[in-house]
Design a protein around this ligand. Structure first.
Ligand SMILES: CC(C)(COP(=O)(O)OP(=O)(O)OC[C@H]1O[C@@H](n2cnc3c(N)ncnc32)[C@H](O)[C@@H]1OP(=O)(O)O)[C@@H](O)C(=O)NCCC(=O)NCCS
Length: 258
């Protein structure tokens, strides 16, 4: 239980650059309070104590402005930033590492019982005020723009904006493709930052890594030129980056992603 709590708290640090310390996060983040109360309410709901579960959910709504039906299934490291006005319906299923901002509705469009709310894949980010309505899937890693209204399935990795939500296809730049390859090679996000996280230190590290790649490429082409003079010159591979070298920049509680 404490392991889960630690994970929930550390996910706040990962996704909100304004978070300063654990005490501040535990006392001032309504998204975290709503999540903890939901985990309790969901447990009661599964035990069949439905009235008590709904009452906990209502108290949570009074305290946080976030309404999560106790029947909703929520994965690990879920984070609601700011929170006010978030509504999550009974048959919603949310994967791991999902982020919602204030005013998001994960709702239904029918009064029939049964699955009527969305299923949100791992790593999805839903912008402020967005409405996702209906029993369809939002694929892993998708982004939903603020104030969008989404009523149809969203493919994994897509970005959806507008009313009605439309997928905007963004071609990856060469830098982005190379970063992705490097993350895959090392098994985790070496840059530790997404476009939504304006952490100046992480951005500086990203620039240094980009520069390092540019220098690597330059040295590579110099070596190629020199090998035309001496075929034996610098034939060996450079030593690869080891994952252990990055342990010092990871949170102790953080699990390996992916
Ligand atoms: C959807 C989102 C993730 C897209 O980010 P991105 O991949 O960096 O995309 P860009 O900013 O390059 O925008 C791409 C296009 O979509 C448009 N767009 C972006 N967000 C939009 C939105 N919410 N509604 C309508 N259009 C949007 C841009 O104007 C741009 O259009 P163009 O190609 O015609 O110029 C981001 O805009 C967003 O809404 N994030 C949510 C953030 C949030 O809610 N923060 C709350 C903090 S309190």
């Amino acid at each position: 239980m404490f392991e889960r709590l630690r994970e929930d708290v550390s996910s706040v640090f990962h996704r909100d650059p304004a978070a300063r310390n654990t005490f501040e996060v535990l006392t001032n983040y309504p998204g975290l309070h709503a999540l903890l109360l939901h985990r309790f309410a969901h447990w009661l709901w599964n035990l069949g104590l439905k009235w008590l579960a709904r009452t906990i959910s209502t108290i949570s709504r009074w305290l946080t402005g976030i309404e999560i039906h106790p029947g909703a299934t929520i994965g690990r490291r879920f984070f609601i930033d700011h929170g006010m006005g978030v509504v999550i319906g009974e048959t919603t299923v949310i994967g791991d590492d999902v982020t919602l901002y204030q005013g998001v509705t994960l709702g239904g469009t029918s009064w029939n019982k049964g699955k009527r709310h969305p299923t949100i894949g791992n790593g999805v980010v839903v912008g402020a005020g967005a409405k996702i309505l209906g029993p369809f899937e939002v694929g892993e890693g998708a982004k939903v723009g603020s104030n969008s209204v989404v009523t149809k399935e969203v493919p994994a990795g897509a970005t959806v904006v507008g009313i009605p939500g439309r997928v905007i296809i963004k071609r990856q730049t060469e830098d982005e493709v190379r970063r992705k390859e490097m993350e895959e090679r090392m098994g985790f996000d070496a840059y530790g930052v997404t476009e939504e996280m304006p952490d100046p230190v992480a951005r500086a590290v990203r620039s240094l890594l980009d520069h390092m790649h540019a220098v690597d490429d330059r040295i590579d082409s110099m070596c190629k030129a020199l090998r035309t003079v001496n075929s034996e010159y610098q034939n060996g591979e450079l030593p690869p980056l080891q994952e252990e070298d990055f342990d010092c920049v990871r949170d102790p509680g953080e699990e390996k992603q992916g």
